[in-house]
Design a protein around this ligand. Sequence first.
Ligand SMILES: Nc1ncnc2c1ncn2[C@@H]1O[C@H](COP(=O)(O)OP(=O)(O)OP(=O)(O)O)[C@@H](O)[C@H]1O
Ligand SMILES: [Mg+2]
Length: 527
Amino acid sequence: MTDTPSTDVTAAVREGYAFTGPVLELGALLVDGTPVPEAQIRVPLAMLNRHGLVAGATGTGKTKTLQVMAEQLSAQGVPVFLADVKGDLSGVSQPGRPDDRLSARATSIGQDWQATGYPVEYLALGGLGSGIPVRATVTSFGPVLLSKVLDLNETQSSSLSLIFHFADQAGLALLDLKDLRAVIQYLVSEEGRGDLDGLGGLSKATAGVILRELVAFADAGAEVFFGEPEFDTDDLMRTAPDGRGVVTCLELAGVQDRPALFSTFLLWLLADLFHDLPEAGDLPKPKLVFFFDEAHLLFRDASKAFLEQITQTVRLIRSKGIGVFFVTQSPKDVDADVLAQLGSRVQHALRAFTPDDAKALRQAVSTFPMSGYDLEELLTALGIGEAVVTVLSERGAPTPVAWTRMRAPQSLMAPAPAEAVAAAVAASPLRGEYAQALDRDSAYERLQARLAPPPAAPPPVPAPAPVPAPARREPARTSGRPEKSQPSVVEEVVRSSAFKSFLRSAGTVLGREITRSVLGTASRRRR
Ligand SMILES: Nc1ncnc2c1ncn2[C@@H]1O[C@H](COP(=O)(O)OP(=O)(O)OP(=O)(O)O)[C@@H](O)[C@H]1O
Ligand SMILES: [Mg+2]
């Protein structure tokens, strides 16, 4: 497979992968197909915030590679987030089942394999699945991100900001999409004419376009994601009582036909973490590592604005101590600007059946540093659970390209039994807080009842609590988050809009104006 004398390769790899700090063990070097257990291939924990790519044709071992990495992160106290599109990652909570193939693999590469289950939290988007539901409010999502997912032009985006501004001023909480639709419908109605004129710069026609976009967005399945209780991304950064990092497994099997939902969520998640986390610089180990399996779903049909946002967030989130790994069939599934920022590469086998395959293969080869391998040949000949690897050394330089037999996951290489998932969800500390959807008094209800208070008039202190309507449930927050329980409309505006959507629109006149008026009033607790 290679002309380089095997002793040279082994020596170079041993030297190139001899790190001083903690590492994730990936596997052992293969020389002409024979494993060399003395030459272990690993990635420094400190370099995981430089992000990475796991690629390869279907069935070549990408998801198992992800599992191997997630397990070791958890074992070393680092929380992990897994986007489980196919449902084959839920088994991380269960000890693996040993068999001959597994033992043969482990022995051949010098892996001390121990069947182990890891602490897993199961989540599901908007409750589409058995996990704890994840939702976010429209207010916290903010006009800037929403404009990006709706692919609005500049005029439409600033119009959307005006609509948010109006709702905030009028004390109309934007919790779900129907709240936002209700506010726009009100503004374009006869009754809303005065308010619309008062806003200046928002035309009826543009409001109509935004409304149509929102309807299409809801039709594409995004509606379930918006609402309360809002998920606190802090909850992704937990460790179990035994010190291991919690692996959060987001069940996405029900979401495959709703790419808008998945990408909306992802954008929110990264933006939320980015805005809430302090600058951390380069840490000895990351605070959280994301793995997006089937990442092509993210980029497929994505708008330019969406791609730009992802690229920017991926670039900036590194300094907050967060690592992102994309897992997908071909490197060309990932946007080129994102690809350029990925420090680690685990490339499983590629096929070269069609001209398109051949092109993808050449592209994959071009992303690797120079090596003694004929990568075009090697990449098409790799066995299952083998990969061509290069990572960033502790000094930030690419390590030697290494043909690697990957480790075997110690947890179950299959979905966890449904009962095990149900039991984990029932026992989850997050259940009390998120399990039950809320539909509180918000813009939609208020506009229906024509109860909107006069804009911007500060209420007497203490602020009166919203009058509970008979059919509405009161927020059912459990203890531990007192600052979020039963906020008055004014508090709600100050907290959620001020802290998040305003910061997000910072840079615009609106953002600055509103941020000024509330600075110092809101801060979110970090655990
Ligand atoms: N590191 C490994 N250790 C043990 N077995 C492995 C390993 N990698 C792959 N396998 C075997 O290969 C099968 C396919 O691997 P995996 O599911 O990771 O492929 P994939 O690349 O994610 O495929 P797809 O694109 O279809 O999702 C596994 O079910 C397992 O039997
Ligand atoms: Mg897979």
